[in-house]
Design a protein around this ligand. Structure first.
Ligand code: ZN
Length: 150
């Protein structure tokens, strides 16, 4: 057992136990729900965007340790990113957990998200890790469906 995988495991356990940004963002039109029937994970993601910057990300829901930790770490990682950086980070994260990194590998670094590098060995858990990211992307795209009163 290497120290680095111990560290990663601790990070995931910690974020499952004490999820960051597990709350609702009131009044945002950018929200989406995600469901992973294979595992039973359910998540609602809230996004607040200012200009082209992701100002805040939060989530609610219940799921397994991997999905909860993924939601928590994603919310931390996306805050302050531009929308295009956020989308590229999603591509990189998906590449990490599926073992198929995007061809154009530049863009934001994964940082703590590297903790999910072991998920690829458990194909059934890949959806647990990526559910919240797909949901985030759907939440972002709500933009076009929002009716504005202004
Ligand atoms: Zn799960």
């Amino acid at each position: 057992m290497s120290d680095i995988s111990d560290l990663y495991q601790e990070l995931i356990l910690d974020h499952n136990k004490r999820p960051r940004n597990r709350r609702r963002i009131e009044g945002t039109a950018r929200m989406a729900e995600g469901y992973n029937p294979l595992c039973g994970d359910r998540v609602t993601v809230y996004v607040e965007v200012e200009g082209d910057v992701v100002k805040d990300v939060s989530f609610e829901g219940s799921g397994c340790a991997i999905s909860t930790a993924s939601a928590s770490l994603m919310s931390e990682s996306l805050k302050g990113k531009t929308i295009s950086e956020a989308v590229r980070l999603f591509d990189k994260f998906r590449g990490l957990v599926t073992g198929k990194p995007p061809e154009n590998g530049d863009g934001p670094t994964l940082g703590k998200l590297e903790a999910f590098s072991g998920v690829g060995r458990f194909p059934a858990r890949v959806k647990c890790a990526t559910l919240v990211w797909h949901t985030f992307k759907a939440a972002l795209q709500k933009k076009n469906e929002t009716v504005s009163t202004e």
